[in-house]
Design a protein around this ligand. Structure first.
Ligand SMILES: Cc1cc2nc3c(=O)[nH]c(=O)nc-3n(C[C@H](O)[C@H](O)[C@H](O)COP(=O)(O)O)c2cc1C
Length: 642
């Protein structure tokens, strides 16, 4: 006989969290995405399995290894349902206590809870933790509750209901119109409306058409697509299948980089299971719609994420872009009409079909609807994946969700849009995130990389870093990209080495103009963005590098120097002992001195000098004072009164 459920159980049942297992049993979910695996979740899983057995709990508890929960800074994460007790940074040694206390005794283990950094209070449930509280996890939320290797989990949360609705209750045209009405814009880069792209393919002549998932994701610091594919591959497959139905495709491809082995593994499993359940293959759900999906593992070149390069690579040739005289939704893969969309774009489709365009468009701004997943990384307290409604101010993402800048440092800028994006300065922190808003600010949405930079970051060096990345990744097919970027990189490197010349900034601007005008694909065309956006907001830093050979952020090695203030040095020997190049001379009761010839500017002395002395000084653009003469180096200490 069924017993009455507690409110928490009912809520969990409603969300489908417990539904593929006996809902009366507690469920332990363990984040098993790549990031948590790197911090030991495999070992925690092994320990949980062994300890469940040991404590005789095999019949009393369910264990589910899920995808990424998003709060990567605090992984591995364990959540105990239905109470949603959330434990962070779990080690195998914590497991016996979790099982004996929380599962058996129904007690919370305080030391494993999240501590609010402001109030110092312990927080039990995920939804009360600021990192999660201010998010709207429409697309990413299921990652934490389904086992990506088990299709039944996805079915239990209503998975494939949208496909059933589309195939049995809607015409292909109606599906297309719903996606158009939702104004779903591409989450992979340009923000092109998916419905319009699909419409072009649907209306294009020809019987053979393709749909493709872009899971190349080569941006440094970005891992939204990897986590979605690893954690909820069926959502992407379902979206892709609905898209295929809408445009009249019978074949689809998932282009995923082979450096994402867990994503690749889970996608293969998901395809096999969907085929077994009649959700892929012939006569899907008993209709006359056939659709098969092929996985292509990319070799990991950033340019292969570009639409035409990706299609060329799929055709088995070197992944280089081709001119887009005709859009690839009309003439794409093997010359056939092809819809290419990003992982996250596809994952939004089942939601739109299930809940309708009107529901979807309540989220977001006038021109950017729905939510967006960002990977929040860099100088930020809470590194992780966050999903917020479009229109959320940057300030909320960085400070409310991200917890601000660690180490008491000041925020300087946030780099959005991947290597071809731009840097947004502090005075624009209230900018709402949206495709058009970010572009107007000189950056872009890109696929959702968000790298936070603090006061110690040199903006000239940031531009140099991204230019170096893009120069490396240029396929070399067109001259403005191949040669232009190389020259831009040379100039930017000169700046950071104190060899900038008058006129160099203007030369960079000219080269930028040429690349924007003449490069073949968006890699080259957008390559000047990091330079142009940092110049727009931080021109004084460029001028300091070129004119004064000074790095205001005290970051460019060639432009900084370390020396020890003789009035503050207490001869504690910390810097002397730690200096890896033995560049510090001194001794007990002898004021230390840095040998500038030997110093490699690694900054170790600066870091280890005790805060109560602050004797090591880091400077730029000013001469290093001459070393204190030998005879004046002895510290005479007053003897303590007896
Ligand atoms: C150099 C370069 C790399 C790109 N890499 C990716 C990528 O990794 N993933 C992605 O979805 N889009 C990437 N794009 C954007 C794609 O060209 C394309 O616009 C996108 O996949 C279309 O899907 P969407 O409309 O759903 O965003 C890249 C573009 C360029 C120029």
């Amino acid at each position: 006989m069924a017993r009455n459920h507690s409110p928490a159980e009912l809520e969990a049942l409603r969300k489908g969290i417990l539904s593929t297992r006996d809902p009366h049993k507690p469920l332990i979910t363990l984040c098993s995405g790549s990031a948590c695996q790197a911090s030991g979740s495999k070992e925690v899983a092994a320990s949980l399995e062994a300890e469940i057995e040991k404590q005789g709990l095999s019949e009393a508890v369910n264990l589910r290894k899920t995808g990424c929960h998003g709060f990567c800074e605090r992984g591995p994460i364990v959540v105990i349902h239905p109470e949603e007790i959330c434990y962070f940074q779990i080690k195998p040694e914590d497991v016996p206590e979790i099982l004996s206390q929380t599962i058996q005794e129904k007690k919370v283990v305080d030391r494993l809870l999240y501590t609010d950094p402001v109030t110092k209070e312990k927080i039990v449930q995920e939804r009360d933790i600021p990192f999660y509280k201010y998010q709207e996890r429409l697309v990413f939320g299921s990652n934490g509750s389904v086992d990506p290797k088990n299709i039944e989990d996805y079915l239990a949360i209503g998975g494939y209901a949208a496909l059933a609705k589309a195939l049995t209750g809607m015409t292909a045209e109606e599906v297309l119109q719903e996606v158009k009405k939702a104004n779903l814009r591409g989450r992979g880069g340009g923000g092109f409306p998916a419905g319009r792209k699909w419409e072009g393919t649907r209306q294009a002549p020809g019987d053979i058409k393709y749909v493709i998932v872009n899971a190349d994701e080569g941006d440094p610091g970005a891992y939204m697509d990897r986590s979605l594919l690893e954690g909820n591959p069926h959502a992407v497959l379902e979206g892709l299948t609905i898209g295929a139905y809408a445009v009249g495709a019978r074949e689809g491809y998932i282009y995923v980089r082979q450096e994402y082995p867990l994503a690749v593994e889970n996608v293969f499993i998901a395809i096999r299971q969907a085929e077994e359940y009649g959700l892929l293959g012939e006569n899907i759900l008993g209709t006359d719609f056939d659709f098969k999906v092929i996985v292509h593992q990319g070799a990991g070149a950033f340019v292969c994420g570009e639409s035409t390069a990706l299609m060329t690579a799929l055709e088995g040739r070197a992944g280089e872009p081709r001119p887009k005289y005709i859009r690839s939704n009309i003439v794409g893969l093997w010359g056939r009409p092809s819809v290419l969309n990003n992982v996250e774009t596809w994952a939004n489709v089942p939601l739109i079909i299930n809940k309708g365009a009107d529901w979807f468009t309540q989220y977001g701004t006038e021109s950017s609807k729905g939510t967006k997943i960002f990977s929040l990384v860099g100088k930020i307290t809470n590194t992780g994946l966050v999903e917020v409604p479009m229109g959320t101010p940057l300030r909320d993402i960085i400070f409310k969700i991200g917890g601000g800048i660690p180490g008491g440092k000041k925020f300087k800028a946030v780099q959005t849009g991947g290597p071809s994006g731009g840097c947004i300065p502090e005075h624009l922190l209230d900018l709402p995130v949206g495709f058009d808003e970010l572009t107007q600010a000189g950056s872009m949405m890109g696929s959702g990389g968000m790298i936070v930079l603090d006061e110690d970051t040199c903006m000239v060096d940031v531009a140099r870093y991204f230019m170096a990345f893009l120069t490396d990744e240029s396929c070399g097919k067109c001259v403005p990209c191949r040669e232009g970027m190389r020259q831009m990189l040379k100039i930017l490197t000169r700046f950071t080495q104190g060899q900038g010349k008058e006129g160099d900034i203007e030369l960079l601007e000219q080269l930028s103009e040429t690349a924007i005008e003449a490069a073949l694909c968006a890699l080259g065309k957008s390559s000047p963005n990091p330079f142009l956006s940092t110049l727009k907001y931080f021109r004084e830093e460029y001028e300091a590098h070129v004119r004064e050979k000074r790095c205001p952020a005290l970051s460019c090695k060639a432009l900084i120097a370390f020396h020890i203030d003789p009035d503050k040095c207490q001869a504690c020997m910390m810097c002397l002992r730690k200096c890896p190049s033995e560049a510090i001379v001194g001794g007990k009761n002898r004021i230390h001195v840095i040998d500038q010839e030997k110093c490699t500017k690694c900054g170790t002395c600066f870091e280890v000098c005790p805060p109560r002395f602050r004797a090591v000084r880091k400077t730029s653009g000013e001469p290093v004072p001459p070393p204190i003469p030998e005879e004046a180096r002895t510290i005479v200490r007053e003897s303590k009164p007896k």
